[in-house]
Ligand binder design. Structure first.
Ligand code: HEC
Ligand code: HEC
Length: 311
């Protein structure tokens, strides 16, 4: 490992020390959002009619039963075309500082127009979206009620983003521990300690246990790279940005297999072993893997309330 990598790690560690006692912050128990818009957004999120061949909705690749992520290594879009990257979770994505693996969208509204128009995801053009929404009596009525006009593409994105804002998963065991409402098991405690002492928390921290910085996959020992990966290199053109991604959230991580941008890792145990090796240079013992896994499982929160309610 070269001196620059050492320096980068030292920098990251010093950053971690700047955090208050706990590097992780609990998710608020509730979040304010516009109820009507979010309910409309929920319908749109689940509507395959919004795709060019009417077969794919947002929910096809962001499954509510799989922690808001895609259980397939890479997503499959309209006309059965296979993508090249694993779909991250939409749960708690409101708390991410940018959206997408390489952060190319600044917020959820800007993000939502991506898959809608991506020819291998939903493949729609603005005009078709509006034509469909305006031809549907129910949508017309609801858009009129909320936005006081005919359905527009922009308002549809607004409603989808409002729905995603509601997709928070509060009250996981670890958050309840942070608020002093419960104790962790011995294994969870050891896992959390390791998470901090090994250095995981230098990159995975804050409210989303990630989602707030870009970091290299393979900081210490390089990770395989492919031109097709949506990394920071595609944004900056700087060779050092190859395999640099937005650090993914570790909330609900036990539910969102397979792991990594390439969806190549089927289990959580293997994912954290690879992280420890590639990004920190450690080979973990079986016990360390068990304890870290117990801790990460304590980050599984409640299913978003908006998904449990019937209209
Ligand atoms: C064909 C599968 C597919 C469909 C359909 C799809 N997505 Fe995604 N989604 C992905 C993939 C793959 C990524 C990661 C792409 C990347 O980062 O380059 C992603 C990323 C995201 C993210 C960013 C999360 C993060 O942490 O950066 C959000 C939010 C999201 N999608 C919401 C939506 C919404 C809203 C829709 C419907 C309008 C939708 N997706 C439709 C596959 C899909
Ligand atoms: C230098 C920053 C850094 C450090 C240190 C780090 N990670 Fe990561 N972690 C990342 C990045 C970047 C990714 C995305 C990698 C990818 O998809 O290729 C990631 C991905 C993950 C994933 C998979 C997430 C998913 O949704 O696919 C897990 C699990 C994980 N890290 C756990 C850990 C654990 C446990 C440690 C400590 C042993 C750790 N990380 C240390 C930056 C870091």
């Amino acid at each position: 490992m070269n001196i620059f990598k050492h320096l980068t790690l030292l920098f990251l560690l010093s950053q971690a020390l700047l955090f208050a006692a706990e590097p992780i912050k609990p998710i608020p128990k509730t979040i304010e959002y516009d109820r009507k818009k979010a309910e409309l957004g929920k319908l749109l999120f689940m509507d395959p009619q919004l795709s060019s061949d009417k077969s794919v909705a947002c929910v096809s690749c962001h499954s509510f039963e799989h922690g808001g992520a895609d259980p397939r290594p890479v997503s499959i879009g309209v006309h059965g075309v296979t993508g090249n990257v694993n779909a991250p979770t939409v749960y708690n994505s409101y708390f991410n500082f940018r959206q997408f693996w390489n952060g190319r969208a600044k917020d959820l509204k800007e993000q939502a127009s991506g898959p809608l128009h991506n020819p291998i995801e939903m493949g729609m053009v603005t005009k078709e979206v509006e034509k469909y929404l305006r031809s549907n009596g129910y949508y017309r009525k609801v858009f009129q009620d909320i936005y006081k006009k005919e359905p527009t593409h922009d308002d549809a994105l607004d409603a989808i983003a409002e729905f995603e804002k509601a997709l928070i998963t509060p009250d996981c065991k670890f958050d309840r521990f942070l608020r002093g409402e419960t104790e962790l098991s011995e294994s969870e405690k050891r896992g959390y300690r390791l998470f901090k002492t090994l250095g995981c928390a230098t990159c995975h921290n804050g409210i989303n246990v990630g989602g707030n910085s870009f970091q290299k996959m393979g900081l210490i020992f390089p990770y395989p790279w492919k031109e097709s990966f949506p990394d920071r290199y595609h944004i900056t053109g700087t060779p050092d940005d190859k395999n640099v991604y937005k650090v993914p959230t570790l909330r609900n991580i036990a539910l969102t297999a397979p792991y990594f941008h390439d969806g190549s890792v089927p289990t959580l145990e293997l994912a954290l072993q690879k992280m420890a090796y590639h990004n920190l240079g450690f080979d973990l013992s079986a016990e360390e893997v068990r304890d870290l896994t117990s801790f990460l499982k304590s980050l599984t929160g409640k299913k978003p309330a908006i998904l449990l309610e019937e209209r």
